[in-house]
Design a protein around this ligand. Sequence first.
Ligand code: HEC
Length: 157
Amino acid sequence: MKRVIILAALAALAGSSAGLAQEVSVERGRLVSITSGCHDCHTAGYNESGGKIDPEAALKGVPLGWQGPWGTTYAVNLRDEIKDMDEDGFVEFAKTFDAKPPMPFYNVHAMPESDLRSLYQYIKSLGEPGDPMPEALPPGEAPKTPYIVMAPPMMPN
Ligand code: HEC
């Protein structure tokens, strides 16, 4: 009898820790945004400060162009991007959207739904959406902002 009780208690414990991994919360969303690298490109000053998140700038985009054969892209303002989406709409979008380099959209597709919900709640918690970043430009059009050229180095023959 004792053994049955202990086993039941252990099963309940295992269940609750598995439950933790599925937790949906702003705090979980914050962690996911950090470990998935979203701030690396979408938060101004994040890399330069060694990983400090300025609450004013968090996920508001960076007006630095990324130029390559696809033209010039800008890491968008994620607060602005999702401001008219509800949580279910965001999950649907996050599972299916496509984007130009260097946006690793396939990493977002692979996130568990609970993490996408947490990410949504975290982005919503950051406050006023702010302004959109510059529009992406087609190849051959000159950017009006600073930009990084992503091209293979010229190799000597
Ligand atoms: C290496 C830099 C980089 C990283 C890391 C990155 N992004 Fe992006 N992201 C971009 C750029 C650049 C664009 C604009 C792409 C375009 O114009 O097609 C973008 C666009 C987006 C868009 C808009 C797509 C659309 O169709 O409007 C979303 C949403 C997004 N990123 C979410 C995220 C999330 C969530 C993370 C973290 C998991 C993340 N990004 C990590 C650079 C990055």
